[in-house]
Design a protein around this ligand. Sequence first.
Ligand code: ADP
Ligand code: MG
Length: 266
Amino acid sequence: MSKPHCDTTIPHEQTPLVHARNVHKYFGDNHVLRGIDLDVNSGETVVILGPSGSGKSTLLRCINHLETMDEGFIMMGDEQIGYQLRGEKLYPLSARDIARQRSHIGMVFQQFNLYPHMTVLQNIIEAPVGVHKQDRQEAQAYAMALLKRVGLEHKADAYPRHLSGGQQQRVAIARALAIRPTVMLFDEPTSALDPELVGEVLATMRSLAEQGLTMIVVTHEISFAREAADRVIFMDEGAVVEQGRPDDVLVTPQHPRTQAFLSRFI
Ligand code: ADP
Ligand code: MG
């Protein structure tokens, strides 16, 4: 396996915000990511679709340092995930620098993982105040603005157990936004919700997409992909099989595996 390396051949003005090339990941003998290329421009919403086990979560986890890749590289802006170029050589980042890189990435999981013993507001300001050492007043004011954005400013002092699943997930989105991330990763954010609560979370995500947030969204919600995505990527068996504009991939898919996958949703 070759070492992760830095591609310096791309002119700056064309550099996407997230730029992954030839990403491979093994779990033992299981070759889970098989040479993924992914570009996401600033302000773009990219939806990743694919069957269970195709490597979607692993890809997001590589972007967010929750897994280390075995080959290839991911750039976030002009920085390489996990590595630093000094002179001609790449060096692995220190734990502190990895934490700094991760602080620019917001992630929302299937399980909302709010702290049960903290109010909604405390949940949201925990990272900005506790980790990023922001001024508490400022962090609270920003948290209230975020709660307004997700339609929950009246729940600031509530505890998570008093919220519906959909409300909890919207708080989790506000919490991820509180660190002012340059990119937001969503891993099946509505899969754990009762069907009647899915819509409110998707509506929140759609409005974030319209406001120009850069988002990579793994979901099985085809209607969200059609309405909110700038681009749809279909993954299968650790590879990108097909990608393009939502209508091209979702309505007139070219690859038989995309066609077979989508036929389940009709
Ligand atoms: P998806 O999100 O598309 O359902 P995943 O990225 O979760 O797929 O998983 C891809 C493959 O990697 C699966 O075969 C899964 O069993 C395996 N896998 C994921 N995480 C781990 C892990 N921590 N250890 C071992 N195998 C894993
Ligand atoms: Mg997954």
